[in-house]
Design a protein around this ligand. Structure first.
Ligand code: ATP
Length: 609
């Protein structure tokens, strides 16, 4: 025999309140939404019906928390509908509506009314249907899952529905006039039907003004001021600029605000989104393309679908078309800035360079428009690509921070401009340059090439450093590092360590070999074995440096070797390259050697008293 599932209502309410809804206050949203949907459904039958929502706090004689009443003049419910739609979780009349009308409703899941049980133990619905025989019916539902239906002792004069909420003592805070007013404005401030609130004998029309982007203004400047003021009110910050949004797909309308600070890379902004005038979420993330993280939006959508929690939009084809259209508007904003207000664009790039770079990477036309405005860090300071290309026909860049650190000082002293493209998107943007501007030359710069431009030694100098060269070659042979001695600027730099672009990779391989087991080591060995002599790293000594000149005169071979080893390790450390085990040992030996030599000196001269 088949049995029916039993649903424990308390459990379901608990589930909703803890996992689906962010706060008990959402019951106001659900009731406003039901009243709005009921008004709409009635307008489908009687197009001239005006529709309104009345909310009232009815004081109790005993001084206890007032009863809250939501009243509409919508379609109402028949006795049969009360049983079907109110007593069955997941049943919704809106799902049955014909396709053309279904999209007009906000509700669709048949669970919204349950949210009332987060703040009350008993719910009374009194209703008179436009489709019924004129009688008034009552449905009384309780949090324990029981309900009763019967004819009402208080017949309604007009069709519509009244929902009475009898507060639970611990939820009394939701039943004060201030709180109800604030919740109505928060969730329903943009709803298309007038919402009236009556409390202490006073009635107020709460949503009299249309949303700021739909109002008319005497001038574009007045509109901009009003929209920025709205942004300040909603998000509590002063935005740099505002961009009007409108997308046919999903019927989206609203404003995007340009953030006054640089957000984290790819930090998805939380947008305030309304669905048919009802606040859906203050933290919707999926509305804009990923690159557009420089704006925060307020939008109202007529044709997007909510998720069951109502707190974001459902990912479907319409949402993706809407996202695409909104992205186009933001792109157009940037294009207009580039062509009409380049200074404003530069200010925006200074704040939101990452967003702009990210879009330029995906979009060739936009790239062409903005690439020359984009700033890059170079060995000669930060400059735009336009500035760079005025100075040098070939764009040279390095793609790791280590290489940049290694070459920056020396390259700058030679007047060589090299871009640090280790930042997000920079290397990819530069590599794209010749594709978009065929005359541009772009080159990945290798630190090993830097010494090629250094001044060669004279014959006498060459002879004077012969010993230094020999000792250095022997000392660095175990590290497969070659030695050269030249003259370069600045004189304060004693050595420059340079390797080909894959040098760092080779060093990583060597370090990995030290740290892995035999089997894996043999695999790495294969990779290392392929390395040719041309790829060997090089330590270039600078004879302009006083220490190096002094070294050339040192007679004691052991002392000379120790100094060379220390300069080698120092050069690696300056490039922020991790040391391998042998290099660590070298550093330790060198430091201890220097300390010992210093102590010997002190003892010799009677340094300790
Ligand atoms: N004010 C009202 N006037 C007429 N019918 C109503 C009213 N409130 C609720 N109903 C009926 O009760 C049903 C269930 O309402 P409920 O709020 O639980 O779900 P829903 O609005 O259909 O969907 P959702 O869970 O998405 O809100 C509705 O589909 C509607 O038929």
């Amino acid at each position: 025999m088949a049995h029916r599932f039993q649903v424990n209502l308390r459990g379901v309410i608990d589930l909703l309140s803890h996992h689906l809804y962010s706060t008990p206050g959402v019951f106001v949203r659900e009731l406003l939404q039901n009243a709005t949907d009921a008004n709409r459904a009635r307008q489908h039958l009687e197009p001239t019906h005006p529709g309104a929502v009345h909310v009232e706090l009815i004081e109790k004689q005993d001084g206890g928390p007032p009863t809250l009443l939501f009243r509409d003049e919508g379609v109402g419910l028949t006795e049969e509908e009360l049983h079907r739609f109110l007593a069955t979780i997941g049943e919704s009349s809106k799902r049955e509506a014909i396709e053309a009308h279904r999209a007009d409703f906000i509700g669709q899941f048949g669970i919204g009314l349950l949210s009332c049980f987060m703040v009350c133990d008993e719910l009374l619905v009194v209703t008179r249907s436009v489709r019924g025989d004129g009688s008034t019916w009552e449905w009384r539902g309780r949090h324990d899952g029981t309900y009763s239906v019967g004819p009402s002792a208080h017949p309604m004069e007009r069709c519509g529905t009244q929902v009475f909420l009898l507060p639970r003592p611990d939820a009394a805070e939701y039943f004060t006039p201030e709180r109800v007013r604030q919740l109505i404005l928060h969730y329903g401030g943009l709803l298309p039907y007038p919402i009236h609130l009556t409390a202490h004998g006073h009635t107020e029309h709460l949503n009299s003004a249309p949303p700021p982007w739909r109002r008319t203004y005497p001038s574009a400047a007045a509109r901009r001021q009003a929209l920025l003021a709205h942004g300040r009110e909603v998000f509590g910050m002063d935005f740099v600029d505002c961009i009007s949004l409108r997308a046919e797909a999903g019927g989206v309308e609203g404003v995007a605000y340009v953030l006054p600070f640089s957000p984290h890379f790819n930090a998805r902004q939380k947008h305030r989104v309304y669905l048919k005038g009802m606040l859906l979420s203050e933290s919707a993330e999926n509305l804009l393309p990923d690159w557009a993280f420089f704006v925060k939006c307020v939008v109202d959508a007529q044709g997007l679908r909510p998720t069951a929690s109502r707190e974001s939009f459902y990912e479907d084809a319409t949402l993706s078309r809407a996202r695409e259209a909104l992205g186009q508007l933001l792109r157009q904003y940037l294009v207009d800035l580039a062509t009409e207000q380049p200074r404003a664009l530069q200010r925006l790039i200074a704040l939101h360079g990452l967003s702009v770079k990210s879009l330029a990477l995906d979009d060739d036309d936009f790239y062409r428009l903005v690439i020359h405005w984009l700033p890059f860090e170079t060995t000669l300071g930060t400059m735009t690509l336009e500035h760079y290309r005025q100075e040098s026909s070939t764009v040279r860049y390095v793609n790791t921070l280590e290489t940049f650190r290694q070459v920056a000082r020396v390259a700058a002293a030679q007047g060589l401009c090299i871009i640090n493209a280790a930042y997000t998107h920079d290397a990819a943007l530069l590599e794209k340059l010749p594709r978009v501007h065929p005359d541009a030359q772009v080159e990945l710069f290798s630190a090993a090439r830097l010494p090629q431009g250094f001044e060669e030694l004279t014959h006498e100098e060459d002879e004077a450093v012969a010993r230094l060269r020999r000792v250095a070659e022997e000392a660095l042979e175990p590290f497969r590092c070659e030695v050269s001695i030249k003259k370069f600027l600045p004189p304060e730099v004693p050595t420059l360590y340079g390797d080909a672009s894959d040098g760092a990779f080779q060093r990583d391989l060597e370090r990995a070999r030290e740290e892995t087991d035999a089997l894996y080591a043999s695999v790495l060995e294969g990779a290392l074995g392929k390395r040719s002599d041309e790829e060997r790293p090089q330590l270039c000594f600078n004879l302009r440096n006083p220490v190096v000149r002094q070294l050339a005169r040192v007679r004691d071979t052991a002392q000379l070797r120790l100094s060379v080893e220390m300069l080698y390790v120092q050069a690696l450390l300056l490039g922020h390259r991790p040391l391998n085990a042998r290099e660590m040992a070298l550093l330790n030996r060198g430091l201890l050697g220097l300390i010992a030599a210093r102590l010997d000196d002190d003892e010799g001269t009677g340094g300790m008293h």
